[in-house]
Design a protein around this ligand. Sequence first.
Ligand code: FEO
Length: 397
Amino acid sequence: MTKKIKNNVYYTGKVDWELREFHGGALSTHHGSTYNSYLVKEEKTVLIDTVWSPFSDEFLRELSASKDIPKIDAIVINHAEIDHSGALAGLMKLIPNLPIYCTPNGVKSIKGHFHQDWNFKPVRTGDTLDIGNGKKLLFIEAAMLHWPDTMFTYLTGDNILFSNDAFGQHLATDKIFADLLDPCVVWEEDIKYYANIIAPYGKQVDGKIKEIFAMNLPIDMILTSHGACWRGADVEKAIGKYLQWANDYKENRITILYDTIWGGTRIMAEEIAKGIRMADSDVIVNVLSLAKSDKNDVVTEVFRSKAILIGSPSHNKCVLPPVAAMIEELTGLAFRGKKAAAFGCYGWSGEAQKRLSTMIQNAGYTLVDEGIKVSWEPDQDAIAQCLEYGKQFAKKV
Ligand code: FEO
């Protein structure tokens, strides 16, 4: 799809309406995604990023049809994961000596993916490429937003920040700009994307945004590499959201996560939730089965929460696999400033709840207490204990 964005800047990306899983199966994409690529046609014509490998032929066919390929003087690869560099091999066959502007880590990453010694032009923050008509591309390294090779590219004159993965969402749309879409869907996908992809690098996000503010660059548009782009008032809002999310973000929410074998741990989860609501009618409490919920939606809920409770029955002296898998996921995402406790029922020896407490503490959560465990199916006494536990938990977080 080729579409004019502003002056001599064109969208040349691919809308992937079908996509429901990304990064292998690591990320659910309920609304599809896009691989955004841009063509800047000044005295020099520069392609900024490409598309995911399966769409390489389609992408090159469209560029050929619009007769743009022979005019391309340079390509900028802001980040070399193959959802952005995937058409590079095909493009380099058509234009073998094309200069590739990327960070030094970008060179390593592109070589790692394609095993080719192409015409690399490594750039650092502050380096520029003069593209004529009084305009320049300014490169800004953005390591860990979200890979070591990532950079942003800023187009002077048009005041456009090409931010690659940062500020993106997995959302299929041919409208390009967020202000043309349902804001509920856009912002829901935006926070899901941040929580699941960008969150481990909050310090770098905060530092990079402040660094860009200090550069005093007017930004009229942020053109992302996935989903909708930002213009007008959305630019400030999108940046403001990232600043908020990068700093130990939490809302007045508590999320209860569990898996269950015969339903005892589910009953505990729901009774604890009732107790929390009795003690605090304002807090939002969600109860999510880890066996049945989308794991990336769960991650987003945890990201938004001030505290979590995580429950599993004891199973072969361990916790159930969906619970263990979620803790592994949460360990990597490294959310900070959140409180937690563990719960679960058991039939014989009851190791899971203590084991869970250790696991969630090791994941960076602050334990508020020893949690609660119940033997066998919860009876009226156990239900009353869970209710009371929920009330006390609400007061501690
Ligand atoms: Fe959209 Fe890090 O790739």
